[in-house]
Design a protein around this ligand. Sequence first.
Ligand code: PMV
Length: 331
Amino acid sequence: MVNDSMGAHQATARAHPNIALIKYWGNLDHELRLPANSSLSMTLGDLETRTTVHFDERLDADEILIDDVPAAHAASQRVRMHLDLIRRMAGIETYAFVESKSNFPSGAGIASSASAFAALTLAAATACDLHLDARTLSRLARRGSGSASRSMFGGFVVWHTGESDAESYAEAIAGKEYWPLLDLIAVVEAGHKAVGSTEGHRLAETSPLQKARVADTPRRFAICSHAILKRDFSTLAMIVEQDSNMMHAVMMTSEPALLYWSPSTIEIMKAVTRLRSEGLDVCYTVDAGPNVHCICTPGHAVAVSEKLRKVPGVCEILKSHPGDGAVIIAS
Ligand code: PMV
């Protein structure tokens, strides 16, 4: 914590995105971002967002830089609203300079909002001297982006749906060393997606399949968490792929329909299924974008990566091990 002569407060936080193995899609309460179902993720340690928040009494508005450029209107509004929440908690009205940088493409289904809002929450809360425990930080991050609640923690993380703000938080079920799985992200497009997840969550309830998906979540959630705790890859693969396909079935049957896949997405999904039938430990899962997260065991990662590179349309493969929760790196 730095207090300069003008009363400025500053902190820098680092947070990682996460890949949902059991997906969050749809809200019980859009305002509070209370999710329709519980979800489960792996934090991705090799990908990161670093965010500095500097509350400065000399500013007459919040200033927000994302990856070295001033944030576009919608993004800066979202950041401002989140800062307002934190300012209200701290009882201050001071504007902030926010600088955020990620080492991976944002807005392409690689959960950049998760690391961004986890880092922003922790940096802003620290900079205005709020001493919050991890659960409260997770609840607060959730208000900016649902999946950000999970990025507060490292390793394998569950986010409980909950019927109120106080009940809807994330917590770790196993640390990053528990099962050193790898996420190989086959990138087919790195641009911004047409329909962001905030809008997508609002469309979920227009699909006749959403009710069935939500009702079945406790079954998938239990199978997935047991598979992780037992390090049972073939059960994990089955349930992770089914969960991803169920979410995309809801997306495709919403009004209007959301289709995030490109032809290469399907090629990669087929290649992954084929590789598994040939004996490699790999499964796919796809978020709100065309890129495919290929989860594999460490011993099979090189072979899987070589095969994925040859799938037409794959322009890059990002690799990540399980990682830590959000931390302060400077204050
Ligand atoms: O946190 P949001 O609003 O960006 O939503 C995330 C939605 C998915 O990435 C598709 C699923 C998930 O659980 O991360």
